[in-house]
Design a protein around this ligand. Structure first.
Ligand SMILES: *Cc1c(COP(=O)(O)O)cnc(C)c1O
Length: 471
């Protein structure tokens, strides 16, 4: 399988090349040349597989430059009951008739990002070992991505992590999770500023190509294809748990920010998994809901990006969305490039409302959408607790609220649980008047010794810190 850029660059690459690369050289995102189709007999065979072996089957369709036995070993090492809390890895729990929660958040950092990041850590270690190379990952986080990356890369040979975060702005639990790591290859940098300052610093360092090359700087952000393909697996696993035969369709509702998670659902559907609808749920930052309702994609400025109680969905633009638009336009790279040039320029938008392709988003690709506000979140948390005794996190609450507006008779609806409530305790207390349950192993983490360096929002200071720690 070869990979191409959504912006038409002529190069075609293998999986392990794009694994360490991130963006394509023309600024586009990598996609496989085609989506392998999975037939009925294969689906039936996959039904019986444990999660790690299912992951191997899906991944092996996309990876032709890692020997099969090595890839299988990596999958089995990654997806274990010890790390993910149950033999199913992503168990379903029922709510009202026809509605299920798919638990993706029982990994080391209690958010779904572990599902892909744990695999990425093992793939990086494998590939860097093969090349005898080193990678210094520089990232910016407002919470979930940073901790998932650090827990995936801790102790991994050949990898160091430099993770910037806005000082004092992550939830107390998130700060404790990250800053209590004592591994020598993990560096927490608390920036005196907001998340945008962190992101600007990462961009500035990455744009210094000489520094980037000299210090082997890489990223782990959600545009990495390896993360996306790892997420395809749990759409299959959820489908198999909710159905008895391949005639049955199911729908998924996905709490969305950068469109990474639901894009994996799109890939699963293109492979032939019987998915009826893919419902995109946003919070007040409704870039994606606006597009699926109107055909207008309008990037928000920072003044227009709201700080909400589902903060991991507080985005101004959806960085993975270009992948879907490329497919929607029949893989027309020139048009994709022109549209995203508009969206990322002063114009700040593009408009497909009058384009016949826009109707395909719903009719051909199965997309629907909805949005949820702080008041909706609180009401959903209360209702789900009162009726089912189930506590969900604020992002999953946004998903549930929107899912309930898109139910169809006879089609099970799977809502992806993207984090556990303990990560966002303040809003849970506001809604329910009680603290969320703390999973075993997380007692007292706020009191552990911390390993974090405070730095000003200054690119030179961050570069000096990196240089001093890559020896
Ligand atoms: C990252 C994240 C999301 C958004 O996922 P995308 O792949 O960016 O759409 C939703 N919920 C939680 C809890 C997250 O951490």
């Amino acid at each position: 399988m070869l990979y191409l850029s959504t912006r038409g660059h002529p190069d075609r690459k293998h999986f392990c090349e794009i694994l360490l690369e991130g963006l394509a050289p023309d600024g586009g995102l990598y996609l496989p040349e085609r989506y392998p189709r999975v037939d009925d007999a294969t689906l039936t065979r996959w039904r019986a597989l444990p999660y790690a072996d299912l992951a191997f089957e899906v991944l092996s369709l996309y990876i032709d430059d890692i020997p099969a036995e090595d890839l299988r070993a990596i999958c089995r090492r990654t997806y274990t009951a010890q790390v993910f809390g149950s033999p199913e890895i992503v168990p379903l729990r029922p709510l009202e008739d026809g509605v299920w929660l798919e638990a993706l958040s029982n990994g080391p950092t209690l958010a779904f990002k572990d599902m892909a990041m744990q695999l990425l850590g093992n793939l990086f270690e494998y590939e860097l070992g093969r090349r005898g190379a080193q990678l210094n990952i520089l990232g910016a986080t407002s919470g979930d991505t940073g901790s998932a990356a650090e827990y995936a890369m801790r102790g991994k040979k050949g990898v160091r992590v430099f993770m910037t975060s806005p000082q004092g702005r992550m939830s107390p639990f998130q700060q404790a999770q990250m800053f209590s790591l004592q591994d020598a290859n993990i560096h927490n940098i608390a920036i005196e500023g907001v998340f945008d300052d962190c992101q600007d610093i990462v961009k500035a360092v990455s744009n210094d190509l000489e520094f980037k090359r000299r210090h082997n700087i890489g990223t782990v952000n959600s545009i990495n294809w390896a993360r996306l393909v790892a997420q395809v697996v749990y759409y299959f696993a959820g489908y198999f748990q909710a159905t008895r035969s391949n005639d049955q369709k199911v729908s998924f509702t996905v709490p969305s920010g950068n469109f990474g998670n639901v894009c994996a659902g799109h890939v699963a559907r293109m492979m032939g998994l019987p998915i009826d609808r893919l419902v995109v749920a946003t919070n007040e930052n409704d870039v994606l809901d606006e597009f699926f309702r109107t055909g207008v994609y309008r990037v928000r400025g920072s003044a227009d990006t709201h700080e909400t109680s589902s903060p991991s969905m507080d985005i101004s633009k959806a960085s993975n969305f270009e992948r879907f638009v490329f497919d929607l336009l029949g893989r027309d790279a020139a048009r994709t490039r022109a549209l995203f040039a508009d969206a990322l320029s002063a114009k700040g938008r593009f408009d497909l409302s009058a384009d016949p392709a826009f109707a395909d988003a719903a009719s051909k690709f199965g997309f629907e959408s909805g949005r949820s506000t702080h008041a909706n979140r609180l009401a959903t948390l209360r209702d789900t607790w009162a009726r089912f005794g189930q506590m969900v996190d604020t992002h999953t609450a946004d998903g549930l609220k929107v899912a309930r507006e898109h139910l169809r008779p006879g089609v099970p609806m799977l809502v992806l649980e993207t984090a556990l409530p303990i990560k966002f305790a303040a809003t849970i207390v506001e809604a329910l008047g009680r603290e969320p349950q703390r999973p075993p192993g997380f007692e007292g983490i706020e009191a552990l010794p911390r390993r974090v360096t405070n730095l000003p929002a200054d690119v030179a200071a961050v570069k000096r810190f990196i240089e001093a720690h890559v020896a």
